[in-house]
Design a protein around this ligand. Structure first.
Ligand SMILES: Cc1cc2nc3c(=O)[nH]c(=O)nc-3n(C[C@H](O)[C@H](O)[C@H](O)COP(=O)(O)OP(=O)(O)OC[C@H]3O[C@@H](n4cnc5c(N)ncnc54)[C@H](O)[C@@H]3O)c2cc1C
Length: 659
């Protein structure tokens, strides 16, 4: 961790954290919640860990921002005080930070969001005191770390020295796409090697709470964002990829979107039986069912609200078997009970039963290509003490399945220059609306998602938004809840046990792009377009109506400028304000758990990266089998579609061309 920021920058960062989450005089009987300060939970340790995982370019930007804050003149320009930030009193720090939050300069709002998220997330997610955090009792948050876990299913190969491997197919990434492709190919007798950049944690290893869970299982420890910080990005970054941490909602690609994909890509199979067969096959293997779906209080707010409003809702099918109610909810940091049917307990297991080798902590750097043919992969494995070792895989076929952010980065690093490579990024931008209820909700307990409202999915053709519930643990909640003062934020957190979270998830058109940073890592440029912003606004209003109908006493949005509504107040006036308020550019908290489309399938190499078989134009033996191959966004939660597409692609690879 040392050396990522200078001592002076770190001390300014400590002063900023103090401004966001200082020790406060107690109220409401919650002594520990208010008295706790950043030093009591080791906020700076967590922040430093996250900063160390940022791209060097982002780290430099953060360092510069902190240096400006700590110069007299710079701080005057930024916060209005002609003294270094660290010399300000707590009240002055608070006022200075608020000035940044609502500055008309985008870069200042960006700087504010960067430090706000780091400070608040780490304050509530670190667990320095025997695996607990002094604020948790007041939040009624008690993650169970004692119940025995299922045993590990997979044998992981650890890189401890320079390594060379020979195989028929190297699969890069072990998530929804990579896991399925590895299984299908291994089952047909191919010698398969899977490279996974993240950790190899399995059920017995999961820490079961947010700090280490995010650090070890999420991409870049959960600190991924778009380049303007306008959208926080959640993605898996460990064995099983997103399927290890996701919320297990299993929705089929709607027929109208299948037709659209067939027409956009020119690949008829999206609308045909062969793709349906792939959907059936993956659904069966991951045990998708609705009979075991149970509605927790968080999801019940969505159900009740829809019932009262007369809006259509339905139970969600999930890929889980025999969930343990006492552990349910912790599965967003890996399911210790093995009930979640992630690729780590399904397809990767199948692949390994057919001889596949799985390496974790092993990042593919480049695909080696000569004369338009794949020759192998060069990668870097990291051993138990953090030493890097060169890994060379010799193989005629590579399946890139590193997710829609890292697959295009890998292909760009490998020297490919197709015009559509990295473009057409879609994110399903989502925002959350919080409802505060009289009764306890504990939104982190129970099955994360069980209810869907898709009344508004087709507002403009097959474009619109869907309403779902979000399992908000304290760190995520704290980083999402708008910060108007340290005390106001702490009071909001005090209400967390009674707070339900609903998300409006928007189907978007391809407006984004992934490019390479100077160190070769993905930079994500994305801003929701005008119609996406409109759908987000209407999504916020719809979610607020659901909360009120379900009995919430107050509703709160994630806008930077406070937007809330108490029961009995003027809903239409609130709706008008929401329609006026900007949502992009850090004026409202936006999230994405679904990244898609950056190496899309199609027939035309000017607008697509892979042909109908998933093979990259101009490179024999290089295939893409993850969310980046989507011809357009899916609208529904994408896991099932990614798996089906990887299944279809891998089958086509073994059978020859099919379209
Ligand atoms: C919190 C959360 C909740 C979600 N909930 C749902 C849900 O309920 N339903 C649903 O349908 N979808 C859900 N999703 C989305 C879904 O999980 C993802 O869309 C899906 O996992 C993406 O599949 P993928 O194969 O494209 O990539 P991933 O599953 O992300 O896998 C990519 C893997 O590649 C690895 N990798 C990256 N670069 C390299 C490299 N250079 N070398 C080697 N390995 C590399 C990564 O570490 C990662 O493990 C959720 C996602 C998140 C994060």
């Amino acid at each position: 961790v040392n050396g990522t920021l200078t001592a002076a920058e770190l001390s300014t960062l400590a002063a900023v954290c103090e401004g966001f989450v200082p020790s406060l005089s107690p109220e409401g009987g919650d002594e520990a919640l208010f008295r706790t300060g950043p030093a009591d939970v080791g906020v700076l340790t967590g922040v430093e860990e996250q900063v160390a995982r940022l791209d060097p370019d982002q780290r430099r930007l953060l360092g510069r921002f902190l240096r400006i804050l700590d110069s007299r003149l710079g701080n005057w320009l930024l916060t209005g005080y002609l003294r270094p930030f660290s010399r300000l009193s707590l009240e002055e720090r608070e006022r200075g930070l608020l000035r940044l939050a609502t500055s008309w300069f985008r870069r200042l709002r960006r700087g504010f969001q960067a430090v706000r998220r780091l400070a608040t997330f780490n304050f509530y997610s670190q667990a320095p005191q025997d695996g607990t955090n002094p604020t948790w009792p007041a939040l009624d948050y008690h993650p169970d770390t004692t119940r025995p876990a299922r045993s590990a299913l997979l044998n992981i190969t650890h890189v401890t020295e320079p390594t060379a491997l020979d195989c028929d197919v190297c699969v890069i990434g072990s998530g929804a796409g990579g896991g399925v492709a590895a299984a299908v190919l291994a089952e047909t007798g191919q010698r398969v090697v899977v490279l996974e950049a993240g950790s190899g944690q399995q059920a017995p290893d999961f820490a079961r709470h947010e700090g280490p869970g995010s650090r070890d299982l999420y991409l870049d420890g959960g600190a991924v964002t778009t380049s303007d910080l306008g959208v926080s990005i959640l993605a898996g970054g460990a064995l099983g990829g997103g399927t290890t941490v996701n919320w297990q909602t299993c929705l089929r690609l709607p027929d109208e979107v299948r037709d659209e994909w067939a027409s956009v890509s020119g690949c008829r199979y999206f609308a045909e039986e062969s793709f349906t067969r792939s959907l059936d096959a993956v659904e069966q293997r991951i045990g998708v069912n609705v009979t075991e779906t149970r509605i927790n209080p968080n999801n019940d707010c969505l159900r009740r609200g829809c019932e009262v409003l007369g809006w259509r809702w339905r139970l969600l099918p999930r890929n889980a078997r025999e969930c343990d109610a006492a552990l349910c909810g912790q599965c967003v940091f890996g399911c210790p009970h093995g009930a979640k049917q992630s690729t780590a307990v399904t397809f990767l297991h199948d692949a390994q039963r057919h001889g596949a080798t799985i390496l974790t902590h092993c990042r593919a750097d480049r695909v080696a290509i000569a004369n338009g043919r794949v020759e192998g992969v060069t990668a870097t494995g990291t051993d138990g003490v953090g030493r890097p070792h060169a890994v060379t895989v010799r193989c005629p076929v590579v399946v890139a399945a590193a997710g829609a952010l890292h697959t295009p980065a890998l292909l760009l690093r490998s020297g490919l220059r197709l015009p559509a490579l990295g473009r057409h990024l879609t994110l399903h931008p989502a925002t959350c609306v919080l409802g505060v209820y009289d009764e306890p909700i504990r939104a982190w307990q129970g099955q994360p998602q069980s209810v869907l409202c898709d009344m508004f999915a087709s507002l403009a053709g097959p474009y619109g938004f869907r309403l779902e519930a979000a399992p908000i643990h304290p760190g995520l909640a704290a980083s999402a809840i708008p910060w108007h003062s340290a005390r106001a934020h702490r009071r909001r957190m005090q209400q967390l046990p009674h707070t339900a979270g609903l998300i409006a998830l928007v189907r978007d058109r391809p407006t984004g792009r992934v490019r390479l940073s100077s160190s070769g890592r993905p930079v994500i440029d994305y801003r929701p377009g005008a119609s996406e912003q409109e759908h987000l606004r209407h999504g916020v209003i719809a979610a607020a109506r659901v909360h009120l109908a379900a009995g919430a006493r107050e509703v709160l949005t994630l806008h930077t400028r406070q937007l809330s509504l108490r029961r009995g107040e003027d809903v239409e006036g609130f709706a008008r304000r929401v329609l006026r308020e900007p949502v992009a550019n850090n004026w409202c908290g936006l999230f994405s758990a679904h990244q898609m489309g950056t190496c899309r399938i199609g027939r035309d190499p000017r607008v697509a990266v892979c042909d109908g078989t998933g093979q990259v134009f101009g490179v024999t033996g290089l295939y893409v089998a993850d969310a980046s191959a989507f011809p357009a966004s899916s609208g529904v939660n994408p896991m099932l579609t990614i798996m089906a597409l990887a299944h279809h692609t891998a089958q086509t690879m073994t059978r020859g061309r099919e379209w």
